[in-house]
Design a binder for this molecule. Structure first.
Ligand code: HEC
Length: 123
């Protein structure tokens, strides 16, 4: 009886872990959709700052695959830059603000996605 209860606990724990992983995957899939809608024209299909608009821009969009630069940028700064635009973090106004277009939760999803793209960890 005790043993079968232990198995039950393990099964429940695995179930919960699987759900958490599904939720993380769903958030990432949503972030990819957001990025491909709102960010790609500047930051590029390869996420490297070479979007279709970038050739004519005085300030080059950030290369989101740049592990060094992205690794040096805290989550809070990424969040602020996306929400309030370049000016909110003393950067170029050519980085638009997304407040009013994207919810705070969506911006958080994008920050997490940028960590995947840049192969960096949250800081
Ligand atoms: C109209 C072009 C454009 C669009 C669209 C755009 N960006 Fe940017 N972004 C820029 C430019 C230009 C910079 C570089 C600003 C600088 O270095 O002064 C930048 C910089 C950034 C940075 C770095 C900020 C920092 O503090 O270093 C992040 C993060 C970012 N963009 C995320 C996004 C996300 C996410 C989206 C989509 C929701 C997006 N951008 C859409 C042009 C754009």
């Amino acid at each position: 009886m005790k043993r079968s209860l232990n198995y039950l606990h393990v099964a429940i724990a695995l179930g919960i872990a699987a759900c958490a992983m599904d939720a993380a995957r769903a958030d990432e899939a949503h972030a990819v959709k957001l990025y491909n809608t709102y960010c790609v024209q500047c930051h590029g299909v390869n996420r490297d700052g070479n979007g279709i608009n970038s050739a004519n821009m005085a300030v080059k969009p950030r290369d989101h695959t740049d592990t060094k630069a992205m690794g040096d940028t805290p989550d809070e700064t990424l969040f602020k830059a996306i929400k309030g635009g370049g000016l909110a973090v003393s950067k170029s106004v050519l980085m638009p603000k997304w407040e009013g277009v994207l919810s705070d939760d969506e911006i958080k999803e994008l920050v997490a996605y940028l960590r995947v793209v840049s192969k960096t960890t949250a800081k």
